[in-house]
Design a protein around this ligand. Structure first.
Ligand code: FO1
Length: 316
């Protein structure tokens, strides 16, 4: 285990919880490749919800209960923006806003997205690297009965109520891998797909050209690639993953997720309530680990991370 580097692929809150458990054990030996498909422009600023959720969790300042945003944040700037008639359904806290101001201004000065993000992470004392999946703009869009819309319009404004009929990752075909992502995957001793929505959190990461090839090359070198199910007992703990899977023709179960990852991962972690699905997951060629995957506090995050590392042959 000493010296082993691990790469985790993560979306928002569920992914951030496991990333935090892994970071507590691995420190700067952890690289988290984050989904940037949820990113959006608000009030002229670039907001990166999944990057920022992982950042705040690794810095230990995330809002308890919600998992995104900063604990104890206030909303004075947002209320003032609303007073000017600006759209205010996407709530940015005052301290959170400072991150978007700093990031956007550094990008406007010519900074490269990954380098700007790494600088902000260091400023918050985070030892792990949180790597945007690409420096290029990739935007997840969903189609509902009302047509195509940006992800946050569906997720926050429409509260994930409409059925999702189709998903696309605008810009993904032209996105390129960064040197940081490629190096992290080439140096990894193990790779983990966090318990994030497989369709709109892990999906955009895998859509960056070259990403799947690097994962396949890692597997060919004998590097274990494990996924943790975000679906427990047929339900997503948070977010619309269960309804989205069903609406898009997949089974809303840990097995449905394992099927989506067939050929990509060689280990699959499912919750004890789904133990009966283990033989079907194993039949897909994925070694199964059955354990308690619900992360309610720092101790349960660290415990799951420890079990996962042990299953990857990297036990302390
Ligand atoms: N989620 C909400 O439900 N309502 C919000 O107003 C909201 C604002 C917000 C601001 C910054 C940020 O980083 C995340 C925010 N989120 C909000 C969460 C975000 O929509 C989700 O984390 C995702 O994009 C899904 O992974």
């Amino acid at each position: 285990m000493a010296g082993s580097k691990i790469v985790a692929l993560a979306g928002g809150v569920g992914g951030a919880k496991l990333a935090e458990g892994l970071a507590a054990r691995l420190g700067d030996r952890l690289s988290v490749i984050v989904n940037t498909g949820d990113d959006c422009e608000r009030h002229g600023l670039l907001v990166m919800p999944d990057h920022d959720t992982v950042l705040y969790n690794l810095a230990g300042i995330e809002q308890a209960g919600l998992g995104w945003g900063i604990e104890g944040d206030t909303y004075a700037a947002m209320d003032q923006l609303a007073a000017y008639g600006e759209e205010a359904w996407f709530r940015l806290g005052d301290r959170d806003l400072a991150l978007h101001v700093a990031r956007t201004s550094r990008l406007r000065e010519g900074g490269r997205l990954t380098e700007v993000c790494l600088g902000l992470q260091r400023a918050l004392g985070v030892a792990a690297q949180i790597l945007p999946m690409s420096d290029a703009s990739v935007r997840t869009q969903v189609r509902t009965a009302d047509g195509w819309m940006e992800f946050q319009e569906y997720f926050v404004h429409q509260r994930q109520v409409p059925d999702v009929l189709e998903v696309r990752f605008d810009g993904a075909a032209l996105a390129t891998l960064t040197a940081e992502v490629a190096t992290a995957l080439r140096e990894a001793s193990a790779i983990v797909l966090c318990p994030s929505n497989p369709l709109v959190s892990i999906g955009p990461i895998l859509a960056v050209p070259g990403m799947r090839a690097l994962l396949a090359a890692a597997r060919a070198r004998g590097v274990p690639v494990a996924a943790v199910s975000p679906i427990i007992g047929g339900r997503a703990l948070k977010g619309p993953a269960d309804r989205m899977l069903a609406a898009l023709g997949h089974e809303s179960s840990a097995l449905g997720v394992a099927r989506l990852y067939a050929g990509l991962v060689d280990r699959f972690v499912l919750d004890t309530v789904d133990a009966a699905l283990a033989p079907d997951v194993a039949a897909l060629g994925q070694g199964t680990v059955v354990t308690d995957t619900i992360m309610t506090d720092d101790a349960s995050r660290a415990r799951l991370a420890g079990e996962l590392l042990a299953a990857l042959g990297l036990g302390a």
